[in-house]
Design a protein around this ligand. Structure first.
Ligand SMILES: NC(=O)c1ccc[n+]([C@@H]2O[C@H](COP(=O)([O-])OP(=O)(O)OC[C@H]3O[C@@H](n4cnc5c(N)ncnc54)[C@H](O)[C@@H]3O)[C@@H](O)[C@H]2O)c1
Length: 430
């Protein structure tokens, strides 16, 4: 079976490398020339643990091929995975420009029966939209469009590819279903087979529900902070209820990344378009949007309303650990808001410095480790829970900070460190 992946970003590349490792021949079509060059040399253009090793292994085995050439490759493909981005427009609607471009591009090139799989997160009705584009050039309809949404988490993407909780196959024919099941057979995971439209909703409902859980525990944390209660204990206790479950109940600086914020907004837009007011989802979006403002106010309070002659050190810029992705990262938002004050800001992230430098203004001081950030700071804010921030040399930190104050937005440490002379502030526990 000849498989083609179009768009090799975080999702497409993991899919390509994973399927090649299962033994399939995979051709990747990517329009970004710089990315293409890196990949051909076996270099992953972003940070994702273990991905580069597996990429090199499968390049050596000649199972992976990278190109920008649609013409020579689409006709030979049995299955084409569309993995291009679907960024948000200003009004929350998903921008389907890239999906449309790809559909048009392949519409006059597919030959023989071909399955076109949408792995990109796309609003309800997009399978139909792709079908309609393809039909214009393929009156005999020698294709099927499948919706097969992706649920990987950056930072553990390969693990999630190999062991997903579920594989969603939204399709209209048994023929297409069988082909997808053949591809995913090595995974041996539960399938949910349904129509395309249901599959499309599943992805948005899934992400919006997780965003809701995060936002909910953040609100409970804010309450706990004011009433001498401990949010971690609340989260643990409610998580032990089998109907709730423990995951995604960690309070923090709000959800970020390239998926949750845009998927929540897109779902709201899809509701509006269908005259359905998704009140819960709207509230989640609003609460998350206000989260950083709330935290800036908290920082102001910790600093006694004074930013003059104050240095704030920020640990962590990526939206979560083990990735260099800073798209919609709370760390970026926080630094931007703090840099509007008079405080001097220093930042460090183990992987995201290159991206952070492109995104943040030049008044920020970019450091090469956590201790450089701490040096002369009045307040150290832990924003991303990288492992290396879990084991800081607190003795050293205390010595080099101007005032040993830590605001721990991930609740990595506890009040215990006050015994070492720190002023410690966490989320939902005062
Ligand atoms: N990143 C995640 O964690 C994640 C998880 C699940 C689902 N998704 C969804 O998967 C989709 C892709 O996300 P991503 O993070 O991989 O995006 P990305 O921006 O990292 O990658 C998309 C790639 O597609 C390429 N591309 C765009 N148009 C093209 C064209 N016409 N021909 C060839 N290549 C083209 C881009 O150059 C880019 O490299 C999105 O819809 C996203 O919502 C992402």
């Amino acid at each position: 079976m000849q498989i083609t992946i179009i768009g090799v970003g975080y999702v497409g590349l993991v899919q390509a490398v994973g399927l090649a490792d299962f033994g399939f021949n995979v051709t990747c079509i990517e329009k970004d020339k710089e990315k293409l060059r890196e990949l051909k040399f076996g270099r992953v253009p972003f940070y994702e643990p273990d991905l580069e090793d597996l990429l090199r292994k499968n390049l050596k085995r000649n199972r992976l091929n990278f190109t920008d050439n649609y013409l020579d490759n689409i006709a030979q493909s049995d299955v084409i995975f569309i993995c291009v981005g679907t960024p948000p427009k200003k009004n929350g609607e998903s921008d389907l420009r890239f999906v449309d471009q790809v559909s048009k591009e392949i519409s006059n090139k597919i030959k023989g029966y071909t399955v076109i799989v949408s792995k990109s997160t796309v609003p309800v009705g997009t399978s139909r939209r792709i079908e309609n584009i393809l039909k214009k050039k393929n009156s005999l309809k020698s294709f099927d469009v499948v919706s097969n949404p992706e649920f990987l988490r950056e930072g553990s993407a390969l693990e999630d590819f190999i062991r997903p909780d579920k594989v969603i196959i939204g399709c209209r024919t048994i023929k297409a279903e069988k082909i997808l099941k053949k591809i995913y057979k090595p995974l041996n995971r539960p399938y949910v087979v349904t129509n395309n439209e249901t599959a499309e909703v599943i992805k948005y409902a899934n992400n919006s529900f997780l965003a809701t859980k995060i936002t909910f525990i953040n609100e409970i944390a804010d309450l706990c902070e004011n009433i001498d209660a401990e949010v971690e204990t609340v989260a643990k206790a409610i998580g032990l209820d089998g109907r709730i479950g423990p995951k995604f109940l960690h309070p923090g600086p709000g959800y970020g990344g390239s998926c949750f914020p845009k998927d929540v907004k897109s779902l709201i837009y899809q509701g509006k378009k269908n005259s359905i007011d998704l009140k819960i989802v709207k509230a989640v979006d609003k609460a998350n949007e206000l989260r950083i403002k709330f935290l800036v106010k908290r920082i102001k309070k910790i600093l006694n309303n004074k930013f003059n002659n104050i240095q704030i050190g920020i640990l962590g810029i990526s939206f979560k650990p083990n990735t260099d992705d800073i798209r919609k990262s709370p760390g970026i938002k926080l630094v931007r808001d703090l840099s509007k004050t008079k405080a001097k800001i220093k930042v460090y992230d183990p992987q995201a410095m290159k991206n952070a430098k492109k995104e943040l203004n030049k008044t920020i001081e970019f450091c090469s480790n956590e201790y450089e950030v701490a040096k002369n700071s009045n307040l150290l804010v832990i924003v991303t829970e990288w492992n290396q921030f879990k084991n800081l040399n607190l003795f050293k930190i205390k010595k080099i900070m101007k005032k040993p104050m830590i605001l721990d937005l991930r609740n990595i440490y506890s009040k215990e460190i006050e015994k070492n002379g720190f002023y410690y502030y966490a989320i939902g526990n005062n």
